[in-house]
Design a protein around this ligand. Structure first.
Ligand SMILES: Nc1ncnc2c1ncn2[C@@H]1O[C@H](COP(=O)(O)OP(=O)(O)OP(=O)(O)O)[C@@H](O)[C@H]1O
Ligand SMILES: [Mg+2]
Length: 601
C-alpha cells in the first residue's frame, strides 16, 4: 500500500527544483522540526524522575518514620520536584518554539513555491498558441491552475512538514523507549501498526465519500439552479412535478451519502482512542507486574504512557500525509501535462524590421488542426503597402481565419503568407503581433478603466493620443458623457458598455498602436448603418495612411476599400472594386441588392 504510494512519485519529482531554490527554508525547517521533537521527547524522562523522587520519599516514610514525615524531607522532595518541573516547562516551551519556527520555514516555503508555480504556469499559458485554448476550455485551465496548485501546495507544506515531523518524532520516541525499557517498548508498540493501518483505511474511505458527496451536492445545486433559471420553460411546459421529483431524488442520494460519511467519521475517534487504550493498558498491566516485582519504578509507567501519546499523532498522520501526497501527485501530473504543451509558432530568424505594410497570400490552404475543419482553400491576394482590402462573405466563409493566419496565430496548412515580401514565419512572432493593429470580432475589454483598455497595447500612452483615437473611432463623445469619463471602470465592478461602444473602444485600442497594418474583423457589426458611416468617414484618413483589411458581411463596410474579395465556403469567388463587382453582376451584386432592400447599405 505505502510502497505503491511512494513508488509513483515521478510527477512530484519535477518540484524538486523548487526545494533547491528554497534550500535554506527547507534545511532550517528540518532542523527546527528535529529540535522540536528532541525537546518534546525529554519530557517523559523528567516525569519519570519526578515520580521516582516521590517514590523515594514514600519508601523512606514507610521504613524510617512509620507514618509522619518530617517537614525537612517534604521540602527537600518539593525542591527536587520544582527543579524538574521547571526543566519540563523549559522543554515544553522550547519544543513549542521550534514548532513555531518549523511553520515559519516550511509553510512559508510552500507559499513561496506556490507563488512561483502560479507565475510559471501563468507565463507558460501566455506563451501557448491559440490552438491550445481552442482545445482546452478556459474555465478548465483556470480551475486547473488554482485547484491543482492548491493540492500541490498541501504536499509542499503540510505533507512535507508532518512527514518530517512524523519521521523525526517516531525515531526519537522509539529510540528513547528502547533506551528506557526494551520490554515495555515492545508492548506499547504492539498495537501501533494496526492503528496506522486502520486510520489509513478510514481516512481513505472518508475522503472517497467526501468526494462523492461533493459530486452529489453539485448535482443537487445544478438541478435547483436550472429549475429556477429556467422557471419560465418549466412552468410553460407544466413540468413542475417532474422537476420536483428530480430534486427529491438528488436530495435523497445526497442524504444517503452523507449518512455513510457520518458513520465512518464517527468510527474514527473511538477507534483511535480504543487502540491507544490497548497500548496504554498493556503498558500499565505489564508495568505494574514489574513494579510489584521491584523491577521497575512507577514513574516508568507514566513515562511510557507519555511516549505512547507522543506516537499517536505521527501514526495518525501517516494516513493523512499519504493521501495528501497521492492527491498532489495526481495534480502535479496534470500540471506537468500542461507544461508539456509547447507553442510551435516560433521563428528561427526572428526578424524585427520596420514594416512597410504590403501583404500577400499565395495559394493558402488552411485546416484547423484540432477539428480538421477546412476553413480556407487556395486563397491568393495581394495588398500593396498603404492600400485597403475588403473581405466580404457570409458567416463561416473563412474571413476571420484569414485574419488569424495574417497574425500568425496559426500556421497555414500549405501556401505562403508574405509581409513586405518576407515569409511571415521569418518574423519574430511577438513583433509581428505587436506591429499589426487587430480589432477582433469578439471584442474583449478588461475590468479596468476605459483609458487603460484603450492604452492596452501601448506603454506610457498620452491622454491626448488616447482621446484622438477615441475620436477617430467615434466613441469619444460617449466616453465624456460618463461621469468619470476616461477613468470610468468597465466590467464587473463598473459599467457595461453597449455592443457598439465596446467595438469602438476596441477599434481605438488598435489605432493607438499606429500600426502599419490594420485588420478590422467585422468590428462594426453591432453599430447601426449611420454610426458605421460616421466611423468609416472618420477612419478614411487613418486607413489611407496604412495597409488595412476590412472584414465584414456588410457591403456598406467594404465598399470604400481599394479591392474587395468575396469569400464563399473558404474560397475566393469574386475579386474587384465595388464598382467592378457591381458591374459583373455576380454574388457581390446579389448581396448588395439584398442588403439594400433591407436598408443595410
Ligand atoms: N478556432 C477554430 N477551430 C476550429 N474551427 C474553426 C475555428 N474558427 C473557425 N472555425 C471554422 O472555420 C470555418 C471558417 O470560420 P471563420 O470564423 O473564418 O468564418 P467567418 O467568415 O469569420 O464567419 P463569421 O462571419 O461568422 O465570423 C467555419 O467552418 C468555422 O466553423
Ligand atoms: Mg469571423
Amino acid at each position: 500500500m505505502f510502497k505503491h504510494t511512494f513508488l509513483v512519485l515521478k510527477n512530484l519529482i519535477k518540484l524538486n527544483k523548487y526545494f533547491v531554490r528554497y534550500k535554506y527554508h527547507f534545511i532550517l525547517g528540518i532542523l527546527f522540526v528535529t529540535l522540536h521533537n528532541l525537546f518534546k521527547v525529554f519530557i517523559p524522562e523528567y516525569v519519570k524522575e519526578s515520580f521516582t523522587s516521590i517514590e523515594i520519599l514514600f519508601k523512606s516514610i514507610s521504613s524510617t518514620y512509620s507514618g509522619t514525615v518530617p517537614e525537612s524531607v517534604k521540602e527537600q522532595t518539593l525542591d527536587v520536584l520544582k527543579v524538574k518541573g521547571l526543566w519540563m516547562l523549559g522543554f515544553a516551551l522550547a519544543s513549542g518554539f521550534f514548532l513555531f519556527l518549523t511553520r515559519q520555514t516550511i509553510i512559508v516555503m510552500s507559499r513561496l513555491i506556490e507563488n512561483d508555480l502560479k507565475n510559471d504556469i501563468y507565463k507558460h499559458l501566455q506563451s501557448l498558441n491559440l490552438a491550445f485554448y481552442k482545445k482546452n476550455n478556459t474555465g478548465d485551465v483556470v480551475a486547473r491552475m488554482s485547484e491543482d496548485v492548491g493540492k500541490v501546495r498541501m504536499y509542499l507544506g503540510p505533507a512535507v512538514m508532518y512527514g518530517i515531523n512524523m519521521i523525526t518524532s517516531t525515531v526519537a520516541t522509539i529510540y528513547f523507549m528502547f533506551q528506557s525499557n526494551v520490554e515495555l517498548a515492545i508492548y506499547s508498540l504492539l498495537p501501533m501498526p494496526l492503528l496506522s493501518f486502520s486510520i489509513f483505511y478510514i481516512s481513505r474511505k472518508i475522503e472517497n465519500y467526501s468526494t462523492e458527496l461533493q459530486e452529489n451536492l453539485s448535482d443537487l445545486s445544478t438541478t435547483a439552479q436550472e429549475s429556477f433559471a429556467g422557471i419560465r420553460v418549466v412552468k410553460s411546459f407544466g413540468k413542475e412535478k417532474e422537476i420536483t421529483q428530480k430534486f427529491t431524488d438528488n436530495s435523497l442520494a445526497f442524504k444517503a451519502k452523507s449518512m455513510q460519511l457520518t458513520k465512518i467519521q464517527g468510527l474514527f475517534q473511538p477507534l483511535m482512542t480504543g487502540l491507544i487504550g490497548i497500548s496504554i493498558t498493556l503498558v500499565v498491566f505489564v508495568g505494574s507486574n514489574k513494579v510489584m516485582n521491584n523491577e521497575l519504578s512507577v514513574g516508568s509507567i507514566a513515562q511510557f504512557i507519555l511516549y505512547i501519546i507522543n506516537l499517536t499523532w505521527p501514526f495518525t498522520a501517516i494516513g493523512w500525509v499519504t493521501s495528501i501526497v497521492q492527491r498532489a501527485e495526481a495534480s502535479q501530473a496534470r500540471l506537468n501535462e500542461l507544461f508539456d504543451n509547447k507553442n510551435e509558432i516560433t521563428s528561427e530568424k526572428s526578424l524585427q524590421p520596420a514594416l512597410q505594410g504590403s501583404v500577400s497570400f499565395e495559394n493558402v490552404d488552411f485546416v484547423y488542426p484540432d477539428t480538421g475543419i477546412v476553413a480556407l482553400k487556395n486563397i491568393s491576394f495581394d495588398i500593396e503597402a498603404g492600400k485597403s482590402l475588403g473581405i466580404l462573405g457570409s458567416t463561416g466563409s473563412g474571413k476571420s481565419s484569414i485574419a488569424a493566419l495574417a497574425l500568425r496565430m496559426y500556421d497555414t496548412s500549405s501556401g505562403k503568407i508574405r509581409i513586405d515580401g518576407v515569409d511571415i514565419k521569418d518574423y519574430d512572432p511577438q513583433y509581428l503581433k505587436r506591429s499589426i493593429g487587430y480589432v477582433p470580432q469578439d471584442v474583449f475589454l478588461f475590468s479596468d478603466t476605459i483609458k487603460n483598455n484603450i492604452a492596452f497595447g501601448v506603454d506610457n500612452a498620452l491622454q491626448k493620443d488616447i482621446e484622438q483615437v477615441a475620436q477617430m473611432a467615434d466613441v469619444h463623445q460617449n466616453i465624456i458623457d460618463f461621469p468619470s469619463q476616461y477613468e470610468t471602470m468597465l466590467g464587473e465592478r463598473g459599467i457595461t458598455l453597449s455592443g457598439g461602444q465596446k467595438q469602438r473602444v476596441s477599434i481605438a485600442r488598435a489605432l493607438l498602436k499606429d500600426p502599419k497594418i490594420l485588420i478590422l474583423d467585422d468590428c462594426l457589426s453591432a453599430v447601426d448603418t449611420k454610426t458605421e458611416h460616421n466611423i468609416l468617414n472618420n477612419l478614411k484618413d487613418v486607413l489611407k495612411a496604412r495597409t488595412s483589411i476590412v472584414i465584414s458581411h456588410r457591403v456598406s463596410s467594404v465598399k470604400l476599400t481599394d479591392k474587395i474579395i468575396v469569400l464563399d465556403k473558404g474560397e475566393v469567388v469574386e475579386v474587384g472594386t465595388h464598382d467592378d463587382l457591381l458591374k459583373s453582376n455576380g454574388v457581390y451584386k446579389t448581396i448588395y441588392e439584398k442588403q439594400l432592400s433591407q436598408e443595410l447599405v
